[in-house]
Design a protein around this ligand. Sequence first.
Ligand SMILES: [Zn+2]
Length: 353
Amino acid sequence: MKTIDLTYLQVITESDIDGAAKESATEVVLAERVILTPSAKEALAARGILVRTGGAAAAGASGSAGAYGSAGAAVAGVDPARLALFTSPEAQKVKEEICAVGRKLWMRQYVDGNGGNISYRVGPNEVICTPTLVSKSDLKPEDMCLVDLEGKQLAGGRPRTSEILLHLEIYKEVPEAKSVVHCHPPHATAYAITGKVPPTCVIPEYEVFIGKVAISPYETPGSGSFARTVIPYVKTHNTVLLANHGIVCWGDTVTHAEWYVEVVDTYCWTLMLAAQLGSPLSHISETKAADLLAIKKKLGLPDPRHDNPDCAICDLPDQAGGIAISQRSCGPEDRETLIQAITDQVMAALGKK
Ligand SMILES: [Zn+2]
């Protein structure tokens, strides 16, 4: 009998059950008010995995602040040093910065309802994040939560955001990432729902701060499998479009991560406006774009084009008005697209026979 603890998940999908099965689980422990997708229920039944419901470890699943006490209160058994960190002057500054950034996101219409979430890594295994079910315009420092890198809530007056797992995968993958912002800005999300990535070499500011963005495949929000979709991209991109969902940006501060959201959404908006003019985009030459990439490298910002001769600097053709060339391989997203295209062609050829 092998039991696997999944109480850190608020949403469980089929792939989470598949993951437990791969580890030979015969039983899983779930948070009390967890959302089990229909396919996850089927996978549990098909694999004969028993389900047990856990207790207070179900951080954030209750939807009520009561389980966590007042702000700064700990879930039983938490190290006092972590509590001291959460209530330190440094943490207070972070909480205030998160509130200010939350208001910016709301005012720029990047978050609707209770959408979007913000976090900051205050320690090697400690992250301050926004709570679930609160509008980003109404955040107060005392609403913030403290979680560990597995998503377990350690302190805070409200349950943590259900999307914290996405942030945590980024912190685990990229040590330079100190803050993560996830939201649904309309213009960048328009790209994400059409599976399109904006071209490079059009506007210098975008080139320096964002450059190439990646697009990660769709998964059910809140699940562990959704959180893991960004892993292949975040080392070389500070911005990832989340297919049929929104975007996620990471930076060295909360304010900078929000800047990247602004830069990418305005860029997507400008491209849409330019498309309405009906003329082809003029673009920055590869040589000039290489200057911008050098500035970017000096600023310590990631880009798959750094020191990668296989990766095209510009996606657009050199001749204005020409047809866009297909870009050379720049990373896992391109390889996956290529493999998919080859697979589709093989399948189509087999189908004709
Ligand atoms: Zn979202």
